[in-house]
Design a binder for this molecule. Structure first.
Ligand code: ADP
Ligand code: ZN
Length: 763
């Protein structure tokens, strides 16, 4: 057949558009699944489901030749000309109400595109499991009169009981459940069923919540008079609010400067307009104090923390969706709260790593919030004493509006921060163990003056950098400016970014000291040392090992607050967001463990950590001080933290980032490969890197490819891990490269790989 005759045939077979009749059109739904095959797939919508099916509801369909039953989300609905191919029908519509507004559908589609995951994964992240399973709900039947049924109608020939039933329904303003109807008409279920069979009653069914959990409001707390910086900050937020335009506002305020107070005032304004606000805080800050602070200021608050049951989560979700909640306070995933008229998003401690999800979809709540705030035309307020360098950079390039609150409320002084040089301690051999003599004396004094003490040990035991105890020198990679990791068994030092490998030095390259080595220390060992140094003093250790039970974290903090515990020691878990007026001393056991982590953000993390922990002291009248033990007292991150000088730290660190072309000056994607067999995982990582190299050529994108190298956590849960770091100037270009490289790529059996866009975790 010649092309032209084929054309003619086509035209012959298909009438021109103006002749299409109704019959030739069909309603087509695009369905995506939460597992492979992900879709989207086209299904036709049968007439009887047209009224019920809506975008964002879930449906049952049969997939493929095997007619595999599947549940999927309806993400698109459109009329299309009935094609030659017969589409399978939607079998059932699951949800009574839609789970995703058009806004949220667009947001999840963007999320999947940006984070290189499947749409179904993004949808599952946005809709809590408890909502999908309809936890805590049950199907309830409601009875009402059929339009033609009347108790006075003699032609109906009703028994006395039947008449009582109809009368009860006539008198009710709402449809009744079976129980209610039996009670009101004083009958059993039998006559009700008879009437139903006669079609005098109509039955509808609805899913309702089993329980009605209720938060009783707390007594209202009075507002403070705002100080000048707070008034300026509030005015800026309110003017954005009133403009109806999106703006991101970065509030850089030292701990205790009154940022939360500003959020609360802005939210009050949002509520006056009949809108809702979302406040994201790090999971660890969702303490009873935070909850109470919001609940004492707002009547209808939903606090979404990780210990909620599915049932409770579903309950809150429904209330939020109905517009019954004014303020949603929650961790990362609260950014997906289905508020009908969102007015404001606040992210407190915006630099916190917990806003990034560490499994697919690996989204960052700050970026999702920014997308949402733009799409819905509202302000996004980011607050921190130590903003992430990404946000700081954006504020300085004019993308964000910067507000600063440099002083604490009542001008309370910031605590004095001092260092203890561990090199001196080492050379004088003045103490054995983790606690230096000056720190020991300071603890002693604090306890004698009835103060409390926090000791911080930031330890991830495996990360063993090589640092000279005599001069503090750290062996680094010349390509990446990252500390090399010591592999004791093979006596090698390796860069976990670019795979640079040398023999571990025996002598310090800097001062020639011949005892260069690293001795790790755990919280447990520290606890033992403290107990033996301060016998009879109540000590509590807090880390992820001791705080596994839900609620144990809060209980421990309550005991510390009450003064029962005098010394609290632990990992960074204790560094954040807690307000203890009686803490007069904070000791950082070894700031270097965080400083020489194989991560380009190591300095930033250390600065944040020391600053945050310093914010834990001096909150009350007594004031307080901070002592930081370190082998690197002249390191810029430590020096800046001592002086509470964020701006100086940020300026210096951004220079380093620029020089090595790290974010925020480039876009970064991390590819992580895991496998039970080291050789198989490594071979696949090599193959992946080759494909990326190919793809950079195909896409004509200049990309820096680091690795593959063993990940710093080279073996985890019995799997060997390799990673590849990709950097390019433009984020969209870089995603294009990874998409191209991943096209039809199938790892061998027992090898898995993951894409992490804008990675925070480099381990
Ligand atoms: P941040 O969020 O910056 O750490 P907060 O808003 O929690 O600061 O304020 C620190 C403390 O000061 C809180 O106890 C708060 O109630 C109080 N506070 C805040 N603003 C004022 C103010 N204008 N006047 C008096 N007290 C205030
Ligand atoms: Zn390197």
């Amino acid at each position: 057949m010649s092309p032209s005759s084929q054309q003619r045939q086509l035209f012959d077979a298909e009438p021109p558009p103006w002749e299409l009749d109704e019959q030739a059109e069909q309603l087509v739904a695009e369905i995506v699944f939460s597992g492979a095959p992900w879709g989207p797939y086209d299904y036709c919508v049968p007439d009887n489901l047209r009224a019920r099916l809506q975008l964002g509801k879930r449906v049952r369909v049969a997939l493929g030749r095997g007619e595999r039953p599947m549940t999927g989300y309806c993400v698109k609905l459109e009329n299309r000309p009935a094609g030659a191919r017969q589409l399978k029908p939607i079998l059932q519509v699951i949800d009574e109400q839609t789970l995703l507004s058009p806004h949220m559908l667009r947001l999840t589609a963007w999320l999947a595109d940006y984070y290189l995951c499947h749409w179904g994964q993004a949808l599952d992240a946005a809709v809590p499991a408890g909502v999908r399973w309809q936890a805590g709900t049950r199907e309830v039947k409601f009875f009402q009169l059929a339009p033609h049924a009347r108790s006075q109608d003699a032609s109906l020939k009703l028994t006395e009981k039947q008449r009582a039933i109809i009368e009860a329904l006539e008198q009710s303003t709402r449809p009744l459940t079976l129980q209610q109807l039996m009670q009101r008409a004083k009958v059993t279920s039998a006559p009700i069923q008879t009437l139903r069979k006669k079609q005098l009653l109509e039955v509808t069914s609805e899913r309702i919540m089993q329980t009605d959990l209720d938060d009783a409001p707390l007594p209202r707390e009075a507002n403070h008079d705002l100080h000048a910086d707070q008034r300026t900050a509030l005015a800026t937020i309110l003017s954005t609010l009133n403009s109806g335009q999106h703006r991101t506002i970065l509030m850089h305020g030292v701990t205790g400067s009154g940022k939360t107070e500003v959020y609360i005032r802005a939210i009050e304004e949002v509520i006056r307009f009949g809108r809702q606000a979302i406040v994201l805080v790090p999971e660890i800050s969702l303490t009873p104090q935070t909850r109470q602070r919001f609940r004492s200021r707002f009547e209808r608050v939903a606090v979404l923390h990780s210990h909620l049951s599915d049932k409770e989560r579903h309950y809150h979700w429904q209330r939020i969706a109905r517009g019954e909640v004014e303020v949603i306070v929650g961790a990362r995933s609260a950014i997906f709260a289905p508020t009908p008229h969102l007015g404001l998003i606040v992210i407190d401690e915006e630099h916190d790593g917990s806003f990034k999800q560490d499994s697919a979809p690996r989204y960052h709540a700050r970026d999702v919030a920014e997308y949402r705030a733009k799409a819905e035309g509202l302000p996004l307020v980011l607050g921190s004493a130590t903003p992430s360098l990404e946000s700081w950079h954006r504020a300085h390039s004019g993308e964000y509006t910067l507000l600063t609150m440099p002083v604490r409320v009542y001008a309370r002084p910031l605590p004095h921060v001092g260092t203890i040089d561990l090199r001196d301690e080492f050379q004088n051999r003045s103490s054995r163990g983790a606690v230096s003599r000056p720190l020991h004396q300071a603890i002693h004094q604090a306890l004698r003056e009835e103060g409390q003490v926090i000791l911080l040990l930031n330890r991830r035991g495996f990360a063993t950098s090589i640092q000279c105890p005599a001069c503090g020198h750290v062996v680094e990679c010349p390509n990446c400016s990252i500390a090399l990791t010591h592999h004791r068994v093979e006596a090698k030092a390796v860069c976990h970014y670019c795979d640079y490998l040398i023999d571990a030095p025996v002598r310090c390259p800097e001062c020639n000291f011949d005892g260069i080595r690293y001795a790790g220390l755990g919280t447990q060992k520290l606890e033992a040392e403290i107990r033996s140094r301060f016998a009879d003093v109540p000590v509590l250790r807090m880390d992820s090992d001791t705080m596994q039970k839900p609620g144990s974290h809060e209980e421990a903090l309550a005991r510390f607050r009450d003064g029962e515990i005098k010394i609290l020691l632990g990992t960074q878990m204790i560094a954040k967001g807690l307000d203890f007026p009686n803490v007069t001393l904070v000791g950082v056991i070894n700031a270097d463990t965080a400083l020489h982590f194989p991560d380009f953000r190591a300095s930033e993390r250390t600065f944040q950590l020391v600053t945050q922990v310093a914010g834990r002291t001096g909150r009350g009248e007594k004031g307080g001080r901070v002592l930081v033990q370190t082998f690197s007292p002249e390191h810029p991150a430590i020096v800046a933290a001592l002086e509470h000088d964020y701006e100086r730290f940020a300026a210096g660190e951004l220079e380093v980032r620029r020089r090595f072309n790290y974010p925020p000056f480039s876009a970064m994607i991390r590819l992580l490969v895991r496998g039970g067999l080291e050789t198989a995982a490594e071979a696949f990582a090599d193959q992946l890197a080759d494909r990326v190299r190919q793809a950079t050529k195909t896409c004509e994108v200049e990309t820096r490819i680091l690795g593959p190298a063993p990940a710093p956590l080279a073996k985890l849960h019995g799997k060997f891990r390799f990673h590849i770091l990709l950097q390019a100037a433009d984020a969209a270009d870089l995603r294009r490269v990874v998409r191209e490289a991943a096209r039809d790529l199938k790892p061998p059996e027992d090898v898995f790989w993951a894409v992490d866009v804008d990675p925070l975790d480099m381990l």
